[in-house]
Ligand binder design. Structure first.
Ligand SMILES: NC(=O)C1=CN([C@@H]2O[C@H](COP(=O)(O)OP(=O)(O)OC[C@H]3O[C@@H](n4cnc5c(N)ncnc54)[C@H](O)[C@@H]3O)[C@@H](O)[C@H]2O)[C@@H](O)CC1
Ligand SMILES: Nc1ncnc2c1ncn2[C@@H]1O[C@H](COP(=O)(O)OP(=O)(O)O)[C@@H](O)[C@H]1O
Ligand SMILES: [Mg+2]
Length: 277
């Protein structure tokens, strides 16, 4: 296993060119947040915006519109029940994050199926939370796209069939090869399985064990892959590194670090790494 290093992050987060605009830094669609889990999609959308994504649109349950806008005026919204609008929007984006707080009811399944039917092979698709469980429970075939799964160990058990106690590098690698997608297996010392290499994160700790922490990472990964799209794996590694780097920095003075606090620190952390040689 290769350790993710600081230099991988500095190589990815480049100083921005001057002749650019919001269209230069990626368009991302973030899908999730049912009536019960609205907070999850606020965190994912915020993480994407604070990671520097040029344009973010959030497809969520309409009960979340007001709270989402109050917390994050930078994002646009659509109702994820509007199948026609959703499919139209999918055509216009560089990447999609689906799953945080989506739930697993009939509507949630329809939303995942709509995305799988409409997505194109050039687009990034980050599958997190409830969407992972839906893929596992309904044995959904994966679309042709640049797919990243971000399961925690329990979600990985459901998706891969490997019990948590037996999730060894060899078994995980075999399951990743079968999926032909990148897998970010989240835990203490998160492991990232790509088609060629297995990476390990040596940062992060129990100060991060708060609901919403993974929803935040999904938004960061989405924001990074659409912004640094020529280097997809480097973008995934960098987002994962930075998420825990910020937590560890905050953890020097805080017993727990909250997802929204991590999000607030993303722009500063990105500036710090973009200036490192
Ligand atoms: N504020 C919100 O709206 C929140 C919404 N959430 C959403 O709730 C839905 C269900 O996700 P959950 O993850 O809570 O439910 P799951 O049932 O998938 O997993 C949670 C359980 O898995 C077990 N587990 C074992 N190893 C683990 C590991 N390494 N990391 C985490 N859990 C591990 C734990 O016992 C834990 O209670 C997702 O869509 C998620 O995005 C959660 O993110 C919590 C916050
Ligand atoms: N003890 C820990 N050590 C390191 N990282 C942790 C620890 N607990 C949680 N995390 C990190 O927090 C995130 C939790 O993800 P997840 O369980 O999907 O959260 P949620 O779905 O509630 O948003 C992952 O990135 C995981 O690595
Ligand atoms: Mg999660």
């Amino acid at each position: 296993m290769k350790t993710i290093t600081q230099s991988m992050v500095t190589e990815t987060i480049k100083k921005r060119a001057t002749h650019t605009h919001k269209g230069s830094f990626g368009r991302l669609l973030v899908i999730g947040g049912n009536a019960q889990f609205g907070g999850a999609i606020i965190l994912t959308s915020s993480a994407a915006v604070y990671s520097g994504t040029g344009l973010v649109t959030t497809a969520t349950h309409s009960t979340n519109f007001a709270s989402l806008h109050a917390r994050l005026p930078e994002t646009m919204v659509i109702d994820f029940q509007n199948d026609t609008e959703l499919k139209k929007l999918i055509k216009t984006v560089d990447g999609i994050v689906i799953g945080p707080g989506l739930g697993e009811d009939k509507l949630a399944l329809q939303v995942v199926q709509a995305v799988f039917q409409s997505i194109q092979s050039t687009q990034h698709l980050i599958i997190d939370g409830s969407a992972i469980d839906l893929v596992a429970a309904h044995h959904l075939s994966l679309p042709d796209a640049k797919i990243v799964f971000t399961p925690h160990e329990m979600e990985w058990q459901r998706l891969s069939g490997i019990p948590i106690a037996e999730q060894t590098e060899t078994k995980n690698r075999k399951a990743q090869q079968k999926l032909q997608a990148t897998v970010v297996l989240k835990k203490y010392h998160t492991e990232i399985y790509t088609n060629d290499t297995v990476y390990q994160l040596k940062l992060g700790g129990p100060e991060m064990a708060t609901g919403g922490m993974g929803d935040t990472l999904a938004g960061m990964i989405g924001g990074f892959v659409v912004q640094f799209s020529d280097h997809e794996i480097q973008a995934i590694l960098s987002a994962t590194y930075l998420h825990s780097y910020i937590a560890d920095e905050l953890g020097k003075t805080q017993y727990v670090t909250l997802p929204h606090q991590i999000i607030n620190q993303i722009p500063q952390a990105m500036a710090k790494f973009s200036k490192r040689e």
